[in-house]
Design a binder for this molecule. Structure first.
Ligand code: KG4
Ligand code: ZN
Length: 336
């Protein structure tokens, strides 16, 4: 069957066409990123995001169809992001999906955005079977969750305040790196001194999987206030490397704690921050030699996209666990 995936939970209007079969194929996966619209404000403005989704969604859906070489009448089902996310943007995606489903007389299924991020990793490892530990690291979430059969989720730990991606973005903003800053910090850090400055690692060493990144933000603020702009510019690579080290260090140490606690031999990582090369390398370093299987999404599928939403629906369909629209809302234990 052919699936249309729709993602509109934040600032990317994304649609994708996937072909279900023994091996699931992504036929197209275009998106419109609203970075330009939000960067002037230094972060996502929900109202602006909703309006942009409304402007772009139908042309991105048409583009996904065109790029995949199929026509709208070939689509057998639609998967759209039901939450968590920004209310207005979610409403645009859900309305478009439900309207199209009425028009084409095909079903539309609401999908949890975080489950979508993890399904992006599944696309590269389709033999993956639960139980496994999952780490979701995005702009809105930092969660360690145990996934067992039949999509049973147990929260092991999560952030008490900011998410890891949010920490990258807010610290980057303080350093004058624009929005979003995660990928920029990752690039600037390459080849630089990770020990240049020791930024704090909150809750490290505590016997739990709780994260906290708000203190890191304050510490970067103090650093910027107590050093000249020239000094920051001259040492930007080393500062970014030290900052990235602090975030990755805490993500890895809490994940290691959760792996030990749960005894899991597979770790699945998803979300925008899973594109981070240093995080990939550090987790790989821990898992290799300990017999732990590590699954990451293809880097192009780490950040928000439509393919991950269709993939999550296909994963559920294969396990006969697709949810009706009415079922989606109560099933959101992952939302903060
Ligand atoms: O999953 P995502 O696209 O959106 C949410 O669901 O939030 O994640 C976006 C986040 C942003 O905070 C962005 O700065 C971060 O992912 N990000 C990265 C990298 N690429 C994106 N953070 C660190 N390193 C990267 N290479
Ligand atoms: Zn996301």
């Amino acid at each position: 069957m052919i699936w249309l995936g729709i993602e509109s939970s934040c600032d990317e209007t994304a649609c994708a066409v996937l072909k279900d079969g023994p091996v699931v194929e992504v036929l197209s996966n275009p998106l419109y990123s609203q970075i330009k619209e939000h960067s002037v404000f230094g972060g996502v403005v929900p109202e602006v995001a909703a309006r942009e989704h409304l402007k772009k969604i139908s042309s991105i859906a048409s583009e996904a169809i065109k790029l995949s070489g199929i026509s709208f009448s070939d689509i057998g089902a639609i998967a759209y992001t039901a939450g968590p996310g920004l209310m207005g943007p979610l409403l645009v995606g859900a309305s478009f999906a439900r309207g199209l489903s009425q028009d084409l007389r095909i079903p539309a299924y609401g999908i949890n955005h975080l489950e979508g991020h993890l399904a992006a990793a599944w696309l590269s490892a389709q033999d993956l079977k639960p139980p496994f530990l999952t780490l979701t690291v995005s702009g809105g979430h930092t969660e360690l969750i145990l996934e067992e059969e039949n999509f049973k989720y147990t929260a092991i730990g999560r952030t008490r305040d900011d998410a890891a991606g949010e920490a990258f973005d807010k610290c980057g903003k303080l350093l004058g790196l624009g929005y979003p800053a995660g990928a920029v910090i990752g690039k600037l850090a390459v080849g630089h001194n990770r020990k240049f400055h020791h930024f704090p690692r909150a809750l490290k060493g505590k016997e739990n999987a709780e994260f906290s990144f708000s203190g890191l933000k304050t510490s970067v603020l103090r650093y910027v206030e107590t050093h000249s702009p020239e000094y920051i510019q001259e040492n930007l690579g080393d500062i970014c490397a030290s900052l990235e080290e602090a975030i990755v260090d805490i993500l890895v140490s809490k994940t290691v704690w959760a792996l030990k606690k749960t005894g899991m031999k597979t770790l699945v990582v998803g979300g925008g921050v899973s594109a981070n090369q240093h995080l990939r390398e550090q987790l790989q370093r821990y898992c290799v030699g300990r017999g732990i299987r590590l699954c990451f999404p293809d880097r192009s599928l780490s950040t928000d996209n439509g393919a991950m939403i269709a993939a999550a629906a296909i994963r559920r369909e294969k396990e006969h666990a697709l949810l009706n629209i009415e079922e989606v809302k109560p099933w959101m234990p992952l939302a903060p």
